[in-house]
Design a protein around this ligand. Structure first.
Ligand SMILES: [Zn+2]
Length: 329
């Protein structure tokens, strides 16, 4: 059967689908009900991120609860892409999440009245090729489903918080230095000018001297930002914005900057670095708010690319990705 979905990747048909919950008097941060959800997954996510930014919360600059990235309790897999930030910012101490049915399958249940958090995943569908009638092509579609933290459930057993960090014996700083030392096909890293940058033309990262940073964590988060940029080099992930030297201020440049910000957050989290609460300048937040409102797909797509960038730095390039994974119910 040929499925003809209404939302297609690459087209911005859902730009106005944010028709929006607040106008209907529903609360986003509290969660979603089936009836209140707009049809476009990009808007489901973007609306929520916008609401966080408007409250002064930058989801990619928040430490993960308990130092652990969010995971699905049934599969044990880490959530990826934008889901990591959506779940981590929710304020629960436990990193473990389940769907409604997964809670039931484990002999427990979601407490009455608890609000879900949306997570997105990619699903490949066969659709008719518009250019060649009668021919099918595979197209990725963004879908979402809803999950609950185990703290919102009763009788759902989960590992204790802090039991799965995997950093025992290593300090976060040692782990971070190890990531830098073992990055595959690394760029040249030099210390010279007192500011951090990545230059695609020479494939060089410049870092200020370590003494100029208040702490080791700050040094590595900055270095991770530049290393995330470097993954865009044509010899690595060949990402528009780095490979084609996008002009400062362009849309591609904005996306690349967000990729580096979120890529650094994934890497810091993977090392167990708990970022100090960074003072988020109002202008920083205002800048991202405008860009997210102008481009409803920016956050989801940049987060997916940031995940790939972090995977590359960690030597997981080409590893199985579960962003296409279905809820598993
Ligand atoms: Zn940057």
């Amino acid at each position: 059967m040929v499925i003809r979905p209404t939302i297609e990747v690459g087209e911005n048909k859902c730009s106005r689908a944010a028709s929006n919950s607040r106008e209907r008097g529903q609360t986003w941060l509290g969660g979603l009900t089936m009836a209140s959800v707009p049809s476009c997954p990009y808007s489901v996510i973007t609306d929520r991120i916008i609401e966080l930014l408007e409250r002064g919360v930058v989801p990619w600059r928040r430490p993960w609860a308990g130092g652990e990235p969010p995971r699905n309790l049934a599969s044990g897999r880490h959530y990826r892409g934008i889901n990591t930030f959506m779940l981590a910012v929710s304020g629960y101490a436990s990193p473990w999440w389940v769907t409604f049915n997964q809670a039931k399958q484990r002999g427990g249940h979601v407490r009455k009245g608890e609000q879900s958090t949306p997570v997105v995943f990619w699903k490949w569908l066969e659709v008719e090729d518009r250019d060649t009638p009668g021919k099918l092509k595979r197209v990725p579609f963004l879908r979402y489903f809803r999950v609950f933290n185990v703290e919102q459930c009763e009788n759902v057993a989960a590992p204790a918080v802090g039991s799965a960090t995997g950093h025992s014996g290593f300090s976060a700083i040692e782990a971070a230095e190890n990531v830098v030392q073992t990055m595959p096909k690394p760029p040249r890293i030099v210390t010279g000018e007192p500011r951090a940058w990545y230059q695609p033309r020479t494939d060089t990262v410049n870092m200020p001297a370590r003494e100029l940073f208040a702490d080791g964590e700050g040094y590595y988060v900055t270095l991770f930002h530049e290393l995330a940029h470097s993954t865009g080099h044509e010899s690595r992930l060949n990402r528009p914005g780095i490979a084609d030297l996008a002009a400062f201020g362009s849309q591609t440049y904005s996306r690349e900057e967000l990729i580096a910000e979120m890529g650094a957050a994934y890497l810091a989290g993977a090392c167990g670095i708990v970022q100090q609460t960074i003072e988020n300048a109002a202008s920083y937040i205002a800048g991202w708010l405008k860009r997210l409102k102008d481009d409803r797909k920016l956050i989801v797509i940049a987060a997916a690319q940031a995940q790939k960038a972090a995977d590359f730095v960690l030597g997981k390039h080409g590893a199985d990705t579960d962003e296409s994974a279905e809820p598993g119910e």
